[in-house]
Design a protein around this ligand. Structure first.
Ligand SMILES: Cc1cc2nc3c(=O)[nH]c(=O)nc-3n(C[C@H](O)[C@H](O)[C@H](O)COP(=O)(O)OP(=O)(O)OC[C@H]3O[C@@H](n4cnc5c(N)ncnc54)[C@H](O)[C@@H]3O)c2cc1C
Length: 506
């Protein structure tokens, strides 16, 4: 049956085909799912690029409570303890599920899972596949399983917005393909559109990570939480490519060191050194770069010689950039990598708008707080997917569609405007922020969003949230407010979203 012939009363729409979207679609089977993805299946996802792995308390000396403690410590006061524990408890189960789907995780000689160490984890608990190709291996397994599942139909199209009935319930999506908009009604919609890194000039994210799902949810009146918290990965490879390839944090877990051009350790004197939490390392590098230093990741010697075997993805990325990590240090700089903020959801992935769920990086579940612990994001999506599927359940929830939204004229994002936005976000809403820069960003982004740029409207929400948080916490660092206030989440409410709607409609 074609996608358009299928009854909307049956259909669940999942937007996004990374780990979050695919796992949700699979967990919903045998219920009919239309999976909408901007790029063909297997392409255009952050999931496919994940190098480190999936955090799960599998070792004899480990326990979900220890994993939850590490997650809480990284979250800098904004991680919800019950969410951290529930997700950590789900870890071993989701690894088993991926194994049943055919994911070939790396194993020791005795058959036990090989477990790696990453920054700010107190135990070896990073489950990986093909060295540093975990994301690709997981994505391949999920894609294969989805293609073999008759209840899942794939539609390559871009999400434009959400349809709502007279009561405000989400009852479908407005998409665009080849510049033409169309409606697709459904009884439930799950947004799994990933992060916002591509709003920044330096990023490890795919080009499509522009926060389109976030904006659609905001325009539908969904509450968004903690948008100011953008994680910058400390060690993106600075070799002139966009998006920037990543040198996984696991390299430092295996002994690589951050040095300047004189060979001096960049993290000397900073608590935690090379294995400090991501935000600390990112700021250490950013400040060294600001002092005119160049920063490199030193893998020379024993680690460099093992690179192609233990870290084949990084070795290949280095080779493409003409770097031999056995004899040369890898030039690095921080880059926008992960969005902790997102669509506020409850313990079963429900947003504050009926009919709308969110999974993966686009959501804010309460797990990551102000700073995501490495390798917790694939886990989060995999842990929430079955809960979302159960919550959507079988109940026919489609309300009447007596108010079909008018179809918009599709205007692609102007490349020059997007390039301006990326520069503004990088300079003024980046690793280190202050009021003057944020006010400047808000003014520029307001102007660009009034001229019709959706990317600017999304960047504006992040910049405003960063301006409003007058403290430094986790990944949000204000040079003018280095201290901390009592911990609180920031929430963009439906009222603020409707102000945004007026602004972007003007
Ligand atoms: C280089 C890199 C390495 C990483 N390493 C790790 C790691 O080792 N461990 C870990 O846990 N996490 C890691 N992360 C983070 C993790 O990969 C992501 O947070 C996670 O994969 C996000 O999954 P997702 O399904 O939410 O989004 P994605 O995998 O990014 O998928 C988003 C999907 O939404 C689609 N989409 C977006 N916009 C639209 C639209 N408008 N219309 C239709 N479809 C749309 C995209 O085409 C895509 O299919 C890494 C991230 C990067 C970038």
């Amino acid at each position: 049956m074609s996608i358009f012939a299928r009854s909307p009363a049956d259909r669940v729409i999942v937007v996004g085909a990374g780990v979050a979207g695919l796992a949700t679609a699979l967990r919903l089977a045998p219920r009919p799912v239309t999976l909408i993805t901007a790029a063909p299946l297997g392409a255009g996802t952050a999931t496919g690029w994940a190098q480190g792995g999936i955090a799960a308390a599998m070792a004899a000396d480990d326990a979900p409570s220890l994993h939850a403690d590490d997650t809480l410590a990284a979250g800098a006061g904004l991680t919800e303890p019950d969410v951290a524990l529930r997700v950590a408890e789900a870890g071993p189960g989701v690894i088993d599920w991926l194994v049943t789907l055919g994911t070939g995780f790396d194993r020791e000689a005795d058959g036990a899972l090989a477990l790696g160490l990453e920054a700010a984890h107190s135990r070896r608990r990073i489950v990986r596949a093909r060295g540093d190709s975990t994301g690709r291996a997981v994505l391949d397994a999920l894609v294969r399983a989805s293609q073999a599942t008759p209840s899942i139909e794939i539609l390559v199209a871009g999400l434009h917005g959400l349809m709502q009935d007279a009561d405000g319930r989400v009852c479908g999506v407005v998409c665009e393909r080849d510049g033409v908009a169309f409606r697709l009604p459904a009884r439930a919609v799950v947004l799994a559109t990933g992060g916002v890194g591509a709003l920044y000039a330096s990023t490890t994210n795919p080009r499509g990570a522009l926060g389109r799902g976030l904006l659609a949810a905001a325009r539908a009146g969904a509450a968004l939480r903690d948008l100011e918290f953008v994680q910058f990965h400390p060690t993106a490879i600075a070799a002139g490519r966009d998006p920037m390839p990543l040198a996984t944090e696991a390299l430092r877990g295996e002994g690589a060191r951050l040095i300047d051009e004189f060979g001096a350790p960049v993290m000397a004197g900073i608590e935690g050194g090379d294995l400090a939490p991501r935000d600390v390392v990112a700021r250490g590098i950013f400040q060294a770069l600001g002092r005119g230093r160049t920063v490199s990741l030193d893998t020379r010697g024993r680690l460099g010689a093992r690179m192609s075997q233990r870290f084949p993805t990084v070795a290949a990325l280095c080779a493409e950039a003409g770097i031999d990590p056995a004899v040369q240090a890898i030039p690095v700089r921080p880059a926008a990598h992960y969005h902790m903020g997102g669509i506020l959801v409850d313990e079963v992935g429900r947003s504050t708008v009926p009919g709308l769920w969110a999974c993966g990086e686009v959501s804010s579940t309460g797990l990551h707080g102000a700073n995501r612990l490495a390798s917790n994001s694939l886990l989060e999506a995999l842990a929430f997917a079955p809960r979302i599927a159960e919550s959507i359940g079988d109940a026919p929830t489609l309300a009447s569609m007596d108010r079909p939204v008018p179809l918009p004229e599709i205007r692609p994002e102007d490349a020059a405007v997007l390039s301006d936005i990326r520069g503004i976000m990088e300079r003024d809403v980046g690793v280190v922020r202050d009021e003057a820069g944020l006010l400047q960003a808000v003014a520029h982004l307001t102007d660009l969003s009034e001229r019709g740029s959706d990317a600017a409207a999304t960047g504006l929400m992040i910049a405003r949230a960063a301006l409003d948080r007058r403290e430094s916490r986790g990944a949000h660092w204000r040079s003018d407010y280095p201290g901390q206030l009592p911990a609180r989440h920031s929430v963009v409410t439906p009222a603020a979203a409707s102000a945004l709607q007026e602004l972007t409609d003007a």
